[in-house]
Design a protein around this ligand. Structure first.
Ligand SMILES: *Cc1c(COP(=O)(O)O)cnc(C)c1O
Length: 368
């Protein structure tokens, strides 16, 4: 059996450092908002190339905190319209609606699967106040031209970088491209904790200060609450684990890219569409998506061959019951992707024999 993402095996790569770090924190007795957290924030800010990093409880909270801070600072207001790709994980949309903002779903490009420059420029109008870019599957969706146009119109660019830690646009990292970015350290992400975790990066001093208060009960100094905040913090054990794993992120991403390059070069089944890969843009392949009109049959066949797969995502947000008021929006590309996408194993401990086995299995499959 080739599992989709063997987290136990992936994390075993960093032993005994992970266990030693956990033990050190258990023994030193400081568990929240301490030295590990402060160091991780600094190291991650440096890695991303941003002035500020504020750690928090998870990726959803990171997104929510960004929108909430912009509202508290008067730079967004309730009811403002926010562009968001229609084929994202629901957290991106929940962070918008839980802040009383209005999501405007954008159909992604049929080949890159992204809401990129073309889609954003076609969708922005006077009513749009912010764009939530999602670097889906590990691939950058930002461009300077998009940013210039948004700046000229006073539109904020927020990045959902949950799937793209380490991806580049030119020589700049995703997470340092827009006005603010949200990161998730959910265990399955490219930089994953051993529990929940998240962070916000920004070079905006005022925004950073506001989020630093909001994520810790709106507290400016202890027991003084200037803003209505929440509790969303990264604990010391997770911060220490992330500091260890951050050092290996680029090597791990290289391994994912090598596997993806082999898939692209060697999978040649006409019934399957492969993702685009451009050498100059460094996709970090959080997910390797293949498309097939007979996706469910393909998944069943691969399972019979001992290959575990996943679907990202089977139902787009606008077709979810919780967002039924958006149910009649026509988003044909997003709907087609949700019917055809299949994610195959692509992670740093996948061996080259396993990659060969997966390629051969996919090439031997015959669509009906
Ligand atoms: C994982 C993910 C999130 C949410 O992160 P959590 O840490 O699970 O809250 C948000 N957006 C996208 C695109 C994701 O993949």
């Amino acid at each position: 059996m080739i599992p989709y993402l063997p987290l136990k095996e992936i994390n075993a790569q960093y032993e005994p450092q992970l266990s030693e770090a956990a033990k050190r924190i258990i023994e030193n007795g400081w568990y929240i908002l301490g030295e590990e957290c402060r160091c991780f924030e600094q190291e991650y800010a440096t890695y991303i190339g941003c002035g500020h990093c504020i750690s928090c409880g998870n990726g959803y909270d990171a997104l929510w905190l960004i929108f909430n801070a912009y509202i508290q600072l008067g730079r967004l207001k309730k009811g403002d319209r926010i562009l968001v790709p229609a084929n994202t994980f629901i957290a991106s949309v929940l962070a918008i609606t839980h802040n009383g903002l209005h999501p405007v779903f954008v159909d992604p490009d049929a080949d890159s699967y992204l809401m990129g420059e073309k889609e954003v420029l076609a969708a922005i109008d006077k009513e749009i106040k912010a764009v939530l870019l999602v670097h889906l599957y590990g691939q950058n969706s930002y461009s300077d031209r998009m940013n210039e146009e948004c700046k000229r119109r006073g539109i904020l660019i927020i990045e959902d970088n949950a799937q793209a830690h380490g991806a580049l646009y030119g020589n700049r990292r995703t997470g340092a491209l827009g006005d603010a970015a949200a990161h998730s350290f959910y265990p399955g992400k490219n930089l994953g904790a051993l529990g929940d975790g998240g962070a916000i990066t920004t070079s905006d001093e005022q925004l950073a200060q506001c989020i630093r208060e909001l994520h810790n009960y709106g507290c400016s100094i202890k027991y003084k609450h200037d803003r209505i905040g929440v509790n969303s913090r990264l604990d010391e054990i997770q911060a220490a684990i992330l500091r260890i794993k951050l050092k290996h992120l680029d090597t791990d991403n290289d391994k994912r890219r090598e596997i993806a390059k082999r898939y692209i070069a060697e999978i040649n089944n006409p019934a399957i569409k492969l993702p685009h890969y451009e050498e100059h843009c460094s996709h970090v392949f959080h997910i390797f998506p293949i498309m097939s009109e007979q996706r469910d049959k393909l998944a069943e066949y691969l399972a019979s061959q001992g290959i575990q797969t996943q679907i990202h995502y089977p139902i787009p947000p606008h077709k979810q019951l919780c967002y039924q008021e958006h149910g009649n929006t026509s988003l044909p590309v997003a709907e087609k992707l949700s019917a055809q996408e299949l994610s195959i194993p692509c992670h740093p401990t996948l061996g080259s024999d396993e990659v060969t086995y997966i390629i051969n299995a996919i090439n031997s499959w015959r669509a009906e």
